[in-house]
Design a protein around this ligand. Structure first.
Ligand SMILES: C[S@@+](CC[C@H](N)C(=O)[O-])C[C@H]1O[C@@H](n2cnc3c(N)ncnc32)[C@H](O)[C@@H]1O
Length: 223
């Protein structure tokens, strides 16, 4: 059987905010790699560990838990070490989950790790599945019952302590049917149409004309 890596978003802290796909990944996994900030690899300060422990309790399952020392220093060598732990775990266990808080798309280290995994083991990289989750700010909005965007408002997510020049990813929603996308400008566009539906389509560029209301565009920051 071939190796399989799941990058699982854990949501903001409550195991009940895990997705069904995340639970399925845990069920399928032989081992779960859990980041910890503690040098001794204990989980005393790990929120991720608490969520995984609660999830396994909900599922009534026991899985091998592998600590991954993640000092959060924004250091490339740390990411190399973390990726190595994941790849080493995949040598012992066929299916492995690595977990990340909130949603993997938002300030998570998983894409730094995946860049390294891509170089070291193309097969694992290409077979990897990223599982999305509830972001901290979606949960925060629900907690206080206040919308993040209504009507013509837009939403801004900013790093409070940037290390350098701030780049922007734009998410463009609610297009008009038949509209030309010329006015959306240029960039690293992807178009997502009818996601998860029968005629779902992801185009790695900006489509010329909007054919479906359920279309969104992401203009990714140039990295
Ligand atoms: C490295 S980012 C990870 C964000 C995460 N991937 C997400 O989707 O929300 C960590 C930051 O997210 C926010 N955050 C994450 N979980 C949170 C929670 N349970 N309560 C409040 N803020 C949280 C805080 O601003 C924290 O500094």
């Amino acid at each position: 059987m071939s190796q399989k890596l799941f990058m699982v978003s854990l949501g903001p802290g409550d195991a009940e905010l895990l997705t069904y796909k995340a639970l399925k990944a845990f069920k399928e996994s032989d081992a779960i790699c859990v980041p910890t900030k503690s040098e001794d690899k204990s989980f005393t300060k790990s929120i991720s560990y608490t969520i995984v422990r609660d999830a396994l309790e909900i599922l009534g399952l026991k899985k091998e838990i592998i600590p991954v020392y993640s000092p959060m220093r924004f250091n490339h060598n740390d990411w190399i070490n973390e990726a190595d732990v994941i790849l080493k775990t995949l040598q012992t266990y066929k299916k492995v989950s690595f977990v990340t808080l909130g949603d993997a798309a938002i300030y998570s280290s998983i894409y730094y790790l995946l860049d390294i995994i891509k170089e070291k083991n193309r097969v694992v990289y290409e077979g990897c599945e990223v599982i999305p989750g509830v972001t901290s700010f979606s949960a925060a909005s629900a907690e206080v019952q206040k919308a993040l965007c209504l009507g013509d408002e837009e939403l801004l997510i900013k790093p409070i302590n940037p290390r350098g020049k701030v780049k922007t990813t734009e998410i463009l929603m609610r297009p008009k049917l038949g509209m030309s996308t010329q006015e959306l400008g240029d960039g690293e566009f992807y178009t997502f149409e009818n996601m998860y539906l029968k005629d779902a389509k992801i185009t790695p560029s900006k489509i010329q004309k909007v054919k479906k209301y359920m279309t969104l565009f992401i203009n990714f920051a140039r990295r």
